[in-house]
Design a protein around this ligand. Structure first.
Ligand code: G3P
Ligand code: MG
Length: 235
């Protein structure tokens, strides 16, 4: 079972920052998940929420703020004084670290607004191509099926993971549509018969966000391939 550090090592450093990614690498993580969206001027940045209120000293929607302004925000102080001056990283900055360390990066595309899907996917692919990273080091994931469909066209060599909270009844059709690599689902809602169907169809099964090692035990007989966790150091 592979372990993926969720938003970097987000239990010990502010989520989705270079510090959190560096800490995950130091811990020996082989796989890291980050969230990506675009600024008002189309720069792919690493950030989870659609507004900057919780994780920075700023306010407002990411989609309304230009990158030059996002770059000024403090994205560490909300977590602890130790991380004062930590910034919102760009996807390009994260890819440098990932490339240097030869590990896997799960790039979760966050779609704030359906009108932005094309711009988001195009900009992300452009940054990846400019980074010269090996595409085998990358996986795209998204709750937004349309984004994965588009990425299949724009960059077919990068694997695609469909994110769901609960696996829907038409899962196999949707997975076939995107030539999926895996299903990434909320472990709390995963049922044994669903796991069996997904695995028998040849897809990997990844579960988020498992933070207590006790909860991993029922997932083992389901042949879950990957656990996404804020606490990889516990596993
Ligand atoms: O990739 C799994 C997980 O990150 C999906 O949910 O909200 O933490 O991005 P969220
Ligand atoms: Mg995520």
């Amino acid at each position: 079972m592979l372990i993926t550090a969720h938003r970097g090592l987000s239990s010990v450093a502010p989520e989705n920052t270079l510090a959190a990614i560096q800490k995950a690498i130091e811990l020996g993580a082989k796989s890291i998940e980050i969230d990506v969206q675009i600024s008002k001027d189309g720069v792919p940045i690493v950030f989870h929420d659609f507004n900057v209120n919780r994780c920075t000293n700023g306010q407002g929607l990411v989609q309304d703020i230009e990158y030059s302004e996002l770059a000024k925000l403090d994205a560490g102080l909300w977590f602890s004084d130790e991380f004062e001056n930590e910034k919102i990283p760009t996807l390009a900055e994260v890819l440098i670290l990932i490339r240097q360390n030869g590990i896997t990066l799960n790039i979760e595309l966050k779609v704030q607004n359906e009108a932005h899907i094309l711009a988001l996917c195009k900009q992300v692919v452009e940054v990846i191509e400019a980074s010269k990273i090996t595409t085998g080091q990358l996986v795209f994931s998204s709750f937004e099926h349309q984004a994965l469909l588009l990425l299949k066209r724009l960059k077919p060599s990068i694997r695609r993971s469909q994110l769901w909270e609960k696996i829907p009844d038409n899962a196999l059709q949707m997975l076939d549509d995107i030539y999926a690599f895996s299903v990434n689902c909320d472990y709390r809602f995963l049922r044994q018969e669903q796991a069996l169907i997904i695995k028998q169809a040849g897809y990997q099964l990844h579960c988020y966000t498992v933070n207590d090692p006790l909860f991993i035990e029922p997932l083992r007989p389901l042949h879950v391939d990957n656990i996404i966790t804020d606490w990889p150091q516990r596993f």
